[in-house]
Each structure stands twice: as structure tokens, then as C-alpha cells.
Design a binder for this molecule. Sequence first.
Ligand code: GLN
Length: 273
Amino acid sequence: MDLEEIRVAVLRIEGTNCEDETVKAFRNLGVYAEAVHLKQFYSDTVREDEQRSLFDYHCLVIPGGFSAGDYVRAGAIFSARIKSVLRRDLEVFIKEGYPVLGICNGFQVLVELGALPGFDEDKPIAEKPEMTLTVNASARFECRPSLLKHENKCAFTNLLDIGEVVMFPVAHAEGRVVFPKEREEEILNTLIENGQIVFRYVDESGNYAGYPWNPNGSVYNIAGICNVKRNVFGLMPHPERVFWGYQHPEMREGYGDGAVVFQSVIEYLRKNF
Ligand SMILES: NC(=O)CC[C@H](N)C(=O)O
């Protein structure tokens, strides 16, 4: 697939708030990207020229924010609305290997949807969630730079070396990865054995440290995971907030650490489609 053919949808509803910078990151790299409201996929109240199909795109991104005001649980309402209007198309989209990214609130949506941890390639969306992202252990909204060690590659991080440490900032209240108590060891070991843990929180020496380096108390310092097919990826930190070097505290020139997520998925699409 050529660069000019690639089309990216950044999904939004009331309360998402990171769609613009996410769209701009893709457009800067030369691909077509647009923010698309969920109702454009199903509602007959939408003008014909604004109606969309998931298969008009090659990559789906669910951005950060406070969708539906984080009522019930962060991501719960957005995921229920996606499940009710897009589930079948999304299952085909994922099965065909198209990449899906969930950033922060988007990660919460993918977990609530049952698309992550995504253990079964034949059932890309599980019947019910197998993990959750719950209230931070500090019981506070945590908002600051976070250091992430790259543990395993996926469609959105192939251009990063294993063991590389990047800085993506976090800004969330419900980012703590937890598994059902009775299955915690089994699920964690499966993620480790499958290489599905993509990023873990570390300190400045690259060690897996506790708070504040792990901002939310996630088990095993998990910051981001992918499905077994490695084309669905969710993470709590925000790569779009360090797409430019000047967004880093040290005000660097050129691209920031987050650009590699966007560059990697473009490379994935050009190689595989
Ligand atoms: N930046 C975000 O996407 C925040 C996600 C969610 N609203 C939370 O606070 O946990």
C-alpha cells in the first residue's frame, strides 16, 4: 500500500478530547486521517456525504479523553455504543489484520469492549471483559511524564528496539491494570508467554519501579498491551502528546518519542496491505 492510499479514522463521541492532535500526527506523516463521529457509521440523521463505513479506512484509533463524561466507568459507555453499532465490522476489521489503537480512554474502551487482551484470534472481541483499568491506587488523577520500557513489538511499535525506553506523558484517573483475582496469575503469565506486554513503566535507571514511576499501580507495571495477532494495541500513556520534540520537557528539535507509534503503523500498513 502506498502512503497516499492509507486512510485513518480517529473515532470520537461527546467527551473525547485528543482526536485533533492524533489526526494531525498522521497527516504530518503524509497519510489521510480524519476525526469521525461514531454516528457517521450508522445514523440516517447524518448527511449522505458524511456517512462512513469502517472499511473506508485502514486503521482505527480510539483517542484519549473523557468520553460520555467517564460516567459508569471510563470507557464503559463509549464501548457499549461501539459494540451496539460496529461490533461485526470491527471483528472482521481486526481478523483481516487492520490495526486498531486505543490511547488512554481508548485503551479503556478496548478493554471494556473485550478487544484487549485479545487472546483468541478467531474471536477478536471477547464475550465479556477479561481485565479492567480501574481507579489509580493513589485515588488521584495522575498527570506527568512517564518512562516506558519497550518489551515486545506490535503493529504500532515495530520501529522501536526491544528494551528501548521512551517518554510518553500520562493523564488519567482510571489507569490501573487489574485482572480477576481468581485468574490473575493465569492471565498475567499468558500475556508474558505470548509477548503481549508492549510497554512497562520504569524509572530513570530502567528499573520496574513503584509510584510515582508506575503512576497508577498497574500489576507488573503494565502500561500497554497488544492482542495475540499484534494488530490491536492499547496503552494509557499518550504518544500523540510527544509527537514533536518541543513537547518534551527538554524542548528537543524534530520529532518526539511518540512519533514512532505513528511511523510504525504506517510502515505496518505499507508492508502488509
Ligand atoms: N487522558 C485520558 O484519556 C483520560 C482517560 C479517562 N478519562 C481517565 O481519566 O482515566
